[in-house]
Design a protein around this ligand. Structure first.
Ligand code: PEP
Length: 254
């Protein structure tokens, strides 16, 4: 059950997939099928972001990026800044995804700096947290997530309406998911931590679930307390699947 008064968000993380033509076709199909209900967001790879943003202008689908640098400009070869993302039409940015934490050695402090940069540029950050399989098996999932939240979220996060995504690393792209009780428990822990840190504003922030969400499990997951939408990887590359998840969010009790 999405948090009362909170509009769910269904966000697609396209990762490093597609071409100019495929990005245009996917964005067009999502826009054509968008109905009332959750906020919709697609996050294409950097090169396709301006084209997708232009194609979706005026449509009920927002556009976001998958990362940004902590600096606004400068000698950072190959990087992209938050103001640049804003300039080409992005309104959201995913930060601290586990693939970036693992493949680019991003620490909580680095994610926090990037999140501050996103907020300064007027972007809505989606900050990802989640435990590894070993941490889950050791009973450390909630401690890990709490520590990541504390280290990754800057003070201005709640006032700017930042989004948290709970993404267990072992569930990403594997077809495996935690049980509904496990998802609900971690989301409750995240909510409590957000309220403890940010007060009432923390009670209204969106907490997304991500990790092998698909049409067949979305109805049950999106019905859980404190699940305010989803961050979707593989299923976001198929418009019909992404839209079916959005419909599940629209139908979830609130
Ligand atoms: C992700 O990488 O953010 C994700 C949730 O991927 P998938 O849906 O493919 O597990």
């Amino acid at each position: 059950m999405a948090t009362p008064g909170v509009r769910p968000l269904i966000a697609g993380n396209w990762k490093m997939n597609g071409s100019t033509a495929e990005a245009a076709a996917l964005a067009g199909a999502v826009a054509a099928g968008a109905g009332p209900g959750p906020d919709l967001l697609v996050c294409p790879p950097f090169p396709y972001l301006p084209g997708v943003a232009a194609a979706l202008a005026g449509k009920p689908v927002a556009v976001g990026a998958q990362d940004c640098h902590a600096a606004a400009k400068g000698a950072h070869t190959g990087d992209v800044s938050a103001p640049m993302l804003k300039d080409v039409g992005a309104t959201y940015v995913i930060l601290g995804h586990s693939e970036r934490r693992a493949n680019h050695a991003e620490t909580d402090a680095a994610v926090r700096a990037k999140t501050e940069a996103a907020l300064a540029a007027g972007l809505t950050p989606i900050v990802c947290v989640g435990e590894s399989e070993a941490e889950r098996l050791a009973g450390e999932a909630e401690a890990v997530v709490t520590s990541q939240l504390d280290g990754s979220l800057p003070d201005g996060f709640a006032a700017a309406g930042g989004v948290v995504a709970y993404e267990p690393v072992w569930a990403i792209g594997t077809g495996r998911t935690p049980t509904e009780a496990e998802i609900a428990a971690v989301h409750a822990t995240i909510r409590a931590r957000l309220v403890a840190r940010f007060g009432a504003a923390g009670g209204g922030l969106r907490i997304l679930y991500g990790g092998s969400m698909k049409p067949s499990n979305a109805v049950a997951i999106l019905a859980l307390a404190n699940v305010d939408g989803g961050l979707i990887g593989g299923a976001s590359l198929v418009a019909a699947d992404f839209l079916a998840i959005a419909q599940a969010a629209a139908a979830a009790p609130r």
